[in-house]
Design a protein around this ligand. Structure first.
Ligand SMILES: [Zn+2]
Length: 269
């Protein structure tokens, strides 16, 4: 009798362990592919590979970008295909200085107020809603800048967004993720093999890996080559059994629910 009891206990603990260890829809990890700034190369070089593999990504849109102004209907179609149009502000303001010579003085965050940032970002949500009809959205900090002076502006917009992506090169387990400061790995010339190593690390550590692409064979000097991009995406597809690949909004809502349930469970105990 004692043995049966112990066996049952063992089975239950193993079940709990596997559930806790693989919380990503039962898979080993989650990978979110994000593309920033709305470049033509996303439409021309990234989308064909994503669509051919049936992978869904998040495109962090700067509403006033040249590509959006000239190819709006093509951006609109991405949402119909199941990709997420995320909010990457109206004008892409950043904190200026010697390292940001490309920044127009009008869009220097040092000259912004929190209210202006909040208003422009909300206006971008309105714009994106006009494109895809959606009311739930995620945000990506421009240049990773989170403050106007000493004030964090995302606090004023927590009801506007399910999550916000930052730019630190880190990956975390589901219980360690701060949804308003989601870390990501920024791609800057890595080979396909190097990108694949990141995904392997995410599988080994049961983490969320968020990838940040800028240029895809052009568009920005922070670039990924066509072959590295394709090799990485093919690896993800081939390992779909172990890797959950979904847009940020889908993964963020899942994390939010998981963290809430987990907190409830803890309180009940
Ligand atoms: Zn950007």
């Amino acid at each position: 009798m004692k043995n049966i009891f112990l066996s049952i206990l063992l089975i239950i603990s193993q079940l709990c362990y596997s559930q806790n260890n693989q919380p990503w829809q039962g898979k080993k990890c989650a990978v979110v592919l994000t593309y920033d700034d709305a470049y033509n190369q996303h439409l021309d070089n990234a989308i064909p590979v994503l669509d051919s593999l049936g992978l869904k990504a998040t495109f962090y849109i700067t509403a006033f970008s040249t590509s959006m102004q000239t190819r709006m209907n093509e951006w609109k179609k991405l949402a119909v295909k199941g990709h997420e149009l995320g909010n990457h502000t109206l004008f892409h303001p950043c904190v200026g200085g010697p390292n940001a010579t490309w920044l127009k003085p009008e869009y220097d965050l040092r000259t912004y107020t929190v209210q202006r940032m909040v208003d422009e970002t909300r206006m971008t949500n309105v714009f994106l809603q006009a494109l895809d009809g959606k009311t739930k959205r995620t945000f990506a900090f421009t240049c990773g800048d989170m403050k106007i002076g000493d004030s964090s502006f995302i606090n004023a917009m927590k009801d506007d967004f399910v999550a916000a992506r930052a730019v630190r090169n880190q990956m975390h387990k589901i219980n360690e993720i701060d949804l308003y400061n989601v870390d990501c790995y920024m791609v800057n010339g890595e080979t396909g093999a190097q990108l694949i190593e990141w995904a392997k690390k995410a599988m080994e550590t049961n983490s969320l890996l968020v990838i940040l692409f800028h240029g895809v064979d052009g568009g920005n000097s922070l670039n990924v080559s066509l072959s590295a991009h394709s090799q990485f995406l093919h690896f993800l597809k081939q390992n779909e059994k172990n890797i959950w690949i979904a847009p940020m909004i889908t993964v963020a809502e899942y994390i939010k629910k998981w963290q809430k349930n987990n907190k409830t469970a803890k309180t009940n105990n």
